[in-house]
Design a protein around this ligand. Structure first.
Ligand code: ZNH
Length: 147
């Protein structure tokens, strides 16, 4: 159970109200696949991931990046019960997709980096701290159904 201050909630709400899902989602997922190439193993159905240019230009990667980023909306809508919000997605990643949960942290870091690059000086250290607290809560919830 994660507690949020009013300021933290306001910061998270503000970030998501301006979030460019269609830009950040593809960039974050493709960065994850390039920086941590072993994460590519889960996306064998996505076609050519041969090099960075292929990954960045891959329409399936882009589409999935948007889907994953919208996955964070579940937590945003249920900040006071993030675990419950991700129960189903956690089971899916564990039982069906067999995604190693260590990878959640890698993708979160890529999301943070891409968001930081986009927001520039508006992404203050305090904003980052709050955003990472939120992502940490989501990733922990996503890991809950792993046995
Ligand atoms: Zn995941 C899927 C979310 C991470 C891999 N995902 C998915 C989906 C979602 C998500 C929403 C869809 C589902 C359905 O359809 O139902 N993820 C997510 C989130 C996160 C994640 C929120 C964090 C942030 N994932 C991840 C990672 C990985 C993954 C890290 C690896 C590396 N996913 C995945 C896969 C899939 C998914 C493989 C399936 C795809 C297809 O479609 O095929």
């Amino acid at each position: 159970m994660v507690n949020w201050t009013k300021t933290e909630k306001a910061t998270i709400t503000d970030i998501f109200s301006h979030l460019d899902y269609d830009d950040i989602g593809p960039k974050a997922l493709s960065r994850c696949l390039i920086v941590y190439p072993w994460t590519q193993r889960y996306f064998s159905g996505f076609g050519n991931l041969y090099n960075a240019a292929a990954i960045i230009g891959n329409a399936k990667v882009a589409e999935h990046g948007i889907k994953v980023l919208h996955g964070l909306d579940l937590g945003l809508k249920k900040m006071d019960n993030i675990e419950a919000a991700y129960a189903d997605l956690s089971s899916l990643h564990s039982e069906k997709l067999h995604v190693d949960p260590d990878n959640f942290k890698l993708l979160s870091d890529c999301i943070t980096i891409v968001l930081a690059a986009k927001l520039g000086s508006a992404f203050t250290a305090e904003t980052q701290a709050t955003f990472q607290k939120f992502l940490g809560a989501v990733m922990s919830a996503l890991g809950k159904q792993y046995h």
